[in-house]
Design a protein around this ligand. Structure first.
Ligand SMILES: NC(=O)C1=CN([C@@H]2O[C@H](COP(=O)(O)OP(=O)(O)OC[C@H]3O[C@@H](n4cnc5c(N)ncnc54)[C@H](O)[C@@H]3O)[C@@H](O)[C@H]2O)C=CC1
Ligand SMILES: O=C(O)C1=N[C@H](C(=O)O)C[C@H](O)C1
Length: 248
């Protein structure tokens, strides 16, 4: 089989640099383009099979739209894909039925497992809060992973008939109880020395559970990136979350 031709957008960034190296180290993949801020993606996409987008939330929708337009599959790690953006992309993919796009808030298997464990645990605990901790150069908050975790946990609670978490607190400073994501408080820490961490705190009468994941190096994301690049062409349409391809 011919090697898959891969273009990386955000190629000079922290994740893009690691992804380019991971692609170059793979015998079955060939890196045919590195896109940075201000580059026109069309020429690179013309000779590509898969775009890996690791850019910034402001640029990601246009880059992915250009890939779909060119008939190129896309693996999207960039955050900021809210419901409105996903709906627009879904509509575009309706006109490109053979193209696959994966929007993956997190590529690390450990992070995906923590989210899956939290969803499994959700119905047993009346209280739940999410803490996400990242390096201080991260441009967005809350993290895409935390938003997705909170939404999935909230959906699992709703399905099980768990009511709102108890909370008698009146915040005397705005923000002190975190952001409200479907009723789940999400707290964002930015700290030099960190890469990416998440902790899901669950509480019931007389007991608590803390589910924590730490990416201590961006290499933690690369097996997931490579798996996604290899599989995206076999999954036409939009997939949100790499967990769907890991049987989690
Ligand atoms: N899904 C996952 O597992 C992970 C996702 N991320 C997400 O990936 C994104 C990138 O993260 P980092 O590498 O830490 O950020 P970064 O700031 O180091 O890199 C972003 C790069 O994108 C470039 N860029 C901006 N506009 C562009 C455009 N129009 N075309 C091409 N490149 C463009 C910037 O110049 C920069 O080099 C963020 O949204 C982050 O949240 C980060 C880590 C893991
Ligand atoms: O910006 C980062 O670093 C990360 N971004 C993603 C997110 O917002 O969830 C994934 C991971 O947490 C690292």
């Amino acid at each position: 089989m011919d090697a898959l031709r891969v273009v990386v957008s955000g190629a000079s960034g922290r994740m893009g640099t690691a992804a380019c190296a991971a692609v170059e180290a793979s015998d079955d993949l060939v890196l045919v383009g590195r896109l940075g801020r201000g580059d026109d993606p069309s020429a690179a996409l013309a000779g590509a099979d898969v775009l890996v987008d690791l850019s910034v939330p402001a640029s990601s929708p246009a880059l992915v739209a250009a890939a779909v337009e060119a008939g190129v599959h896309a693996v999207v790690g960039t955050t900021g894909w809210d419901d409105a953006r996903l709906a627009t992309l879904r509509e575009q993919l309706g006109g490109a039925p053979s193209v696959g796009v994966l929007v993956a808030p997190n590529f690390s298997v450990g992070a995906l497992l923590v989210t899956a464990f939290a969803v499994r645990a959700a119905r047993f605990f009346e209280s739940v809060e999410v803490l996400e901790l990242h390096h201080p150069d991260k441009v967005d908050a809350p993290s895409g992973t935390a938003v997705r975790t909170a939404r999935l946990v909230a959906a699992a609670r709703a399905e099980a008939g768990v009511g709102p978490a108890p909370d008698a607190t009146t915040a005397s400073l705005p923000g002190s109880r975190g952001a409200d994501v479907d009723g789940v408080p999400v707290h964002s820490v930015r700290l030099r020395g960190l890469v990416a961490s998440q902790e899901v705190l669950l509480g019931a009468q007389g007991e608590t559970v803390s589910l924590r994941h730490d990416s201590i190096d961006r290499s933690s994301f690369m097996p997931g990136v490579l798996l996604a690049v290899r599989q995206v062409g076999s999954h036409p349409g939009l997939t949100v979350g790499l967990e769907h391809w890991l049987d989690l």
